[in-house]
Write a protein that binds this ligand. Structure first.
Ligand code: GAR
Length: 208
């Protein structure tokens, strides 16, 4: 049985589109049964439409509490019999309660070499700190912010003459390779979490 996936987005949705393209091409053995989006103006919704993916737009402001907002998402996911969640530019922190319910079934992509530069401006932060390299991290989501066990990381060089846009483009290119690689390992049942560490069957190291 193919795993049933919900992809969570807030913005442009290029990572979601990349995943959807690979699913369609048969490179990722899963089915995207839902795209959850907390922003009705997100361009990701147009991309989802192009791939004929079902969308669920849900705004935090329409709920009295974060708990009620997340309960509505959870109910929708259960209704769609979702097995796992791929966060792809979803700019909200999920509560500890939600994360517990979906323990080790939520993957996230982050544009830095975590634990360096967590948060929403990771690429800009690395450039402003005059780093010579940054990177991309795919990790399981835990109760912290960008702190869960790392599945894969890949470095991206920063040249002193680079503009922010150039670094962003390089980071995105790496994201489009690395997230599908991590998803493949996940879908293939190759990942286990041991304490804070992800073990990958087949000998791959997290920083590769
Ligand atoms: C990606 O660069 C992703 O790594 C980042 O948001 C961007 C979404 O782009 N995520 C975070 O910063 C999470 N803290 P996209 O909407 O085009 O896929």
């Amino acid at each position: 049985m193919k795993k049933r996936i919900a992809v969570f987005v807030s913005g442009s949705g290029t990572n979601m589109e990349n995943i959807a393209r690979k699913v369609k091409a048969g490179e990722l053995d899963c089915e995207i049964v839902l795209v959850v989006c907390d922003n009705p103006n997100a361009y990701a919704l147009k991309r989802a439409e192009q791939f004929q993916l079902e969308t669920f737009v849900i705004e935090r402001k329409n709920f009295k509490s974060k708990a009620e907002f997340e309960a509505a998402i959870d109910q929708k996911l259960r209704g769609k019999k979702v097995d796992a969640i791929f966060l792809a530019g979803f700019m909200r922190i999920l509560s500890a309660e939600f994360v517990q319910k979906w323990k080790w079934r939520i993957l996230n992509i982050h544009p830095s070499l975590l634990p360096k530069y967590p948060g929403v401006c990771a690429i800009k932060d690395a450039c402003e700190a005059k780093e010579q390299e940054t990177g991309v991290t795919i990790h399981f989501v835990d109760e912290g912010v960008d702190s869960g066990p790392v599945i894969l990381q890949r470095k991206v060089p920063i040249q002193p003459t680079d503009t922010l846009a150039e670094v962003e483009a390089r980071v995105h290119t790496t994201e489009y390779e690395l997230y599908p690689e991590a998803i493949k390992l996940f879908l293939g049942g190759k990942l286990t979490v041991d304490g804070r560490q992800v073990k990958i069957r087949g000998g791959q190291t997290p920083l590769n």
